[in-house]
Design a protein around this ligand. Structure first.
Ligand code: OXD
Length: 310
């Protein structure tokens, strides 16, 4: 029985093959592109695998996403229906996202782009920004990771709201649920943080209409998926001053092509999909534990709800 690994980068794949081989010695762990006996493959540990690849393993028991999101697996039109998909999360990944969200909310909140520009001209000018309690941050998405990020922002003193399809109470966070509540959520949000999963309902949700409902000069942080953002609408909202800045970690095309306008835009900060980028050692340990649990019980808490898309 074997496990195949696909990460889209040869060196990274080799690293994960080595780590998983050490953690799961009962399996032969191989590169997805050199799988050996196709019938022996029981698990595929993947990030954005090539279309049709998973369907070529006739006895596969589960796909393991090297990340919390599963959209990169579900987009394969040949993916066998009902195949369980195991998500990879855990305290390490959640902590990384908390750090990322806090860092970039604070960066916008304290107008760091303005003081960076002053520094580039050796210009001494003090600016006053509101205290956190007077800054309204809105998080789109209220899953486990988003809730942890909301708690971090609350602990820093921000006025935090959350919006999701179904809502659910979150301590010290004003919760808005469902499509009808979206306009009210946006109207009170000065820094919008997108942590949504990518589904048919959330695709393109960061669009001109959404931006127009935010207060003028609002900021955007997208650590969800590139497919949430209508790129041309962001550029237009920035040039009209409807948005004052954006931090983007995820893109429609990754890696972001070198000639993409986001790279050099003065009001956009680009980070290369690193918000919750897990180190291979920690990630492999989480995955090994999930595979062991799945082997022993035929199920696992980490199984995604493929019908919902996350
Ligand atoms: C994830 C990601 O899905 O890093 O975990 O985007």
């Amino acid at each position: 029985m074997s496990i195949v690994v696909y990460l889209g980068d040869d060196a990274e794949t080799r690293d994960w093959v080595r780590l998983l081989s050490g953690l799961l010695p009962e399996f032969e762990v191989r590169d997805f592109d050199d799988p050996g006996d196709l019938a022996a493959v029981e698990y595929a540990v993947v990030w954005a695998p090539p279309a049709g690849g998973i369907a070529s393993f006739p006895n596969i028991k589960a796909v393991v996403s090297v990340g919390a999101g599963v959209d990169h697996v579900l987009r394969d039109p040949e993916l066998p229906k009902h195949l369980p998909i195991l998500r990879t999360t855990g305290p390490d990944m959640i902590q990384r996202l908390r750090e990322y969200v806090a860092l970039h909310v604070l960066t916008h909140h304290r107008d760091l782009a303005v003081t960076d520009e002053f520094q580039s001209r050796a210009h001494w000018q003090q600016i006053v920004t509101p205290v956190a309690g007077k800054r309204r941050v809105g998080i789109m998405g209220l899953g486990q990771i988003a809730r942890a990020c909301a708690a971090t922002l609350v602990s820093l003193g921000f006025d935090v709201a959350g919006w999701s399809r179904s809502g659910g109470a979150v301590e010290d966070v004003t919760v808005f649920a469902g499509k009808d509540a979206l306009p009210d959520f946006l109207a009170r949000t000065e820094i919008l943080v997108c942590l949504l999963p990518l589904t048919a309902e959330t695709r393109d949700i960061l669009n001109a209409e959404t931006f127009s409902q935010l207060p003028k000069g609002a900021r955007l942080i997208n650590a969800g998926r590139g497919g949430h953002l209508v790129e041309a609408d962001l550029l237009a909202a920035l040039s009209e001053g409807q948005l004052a800045g954006a931090t983007l970690d995820v893109f429609r095309t990754e890696p972001l092509p070198p000639d993409h306008p986001f790279w050099k835009h003065p009001a956009i900060r680009v980070t290369p999909h690193i918000a919750s980028y897990i180190d291979a050692g920690t990630g492999a340990a989480v995955i090994a534990a999930n595979i062991r649990q799945f082997e022993a019980t035929g199920t696992c808490e980490a199984i995604a709800d493929a019908a919902r898309g996350y």
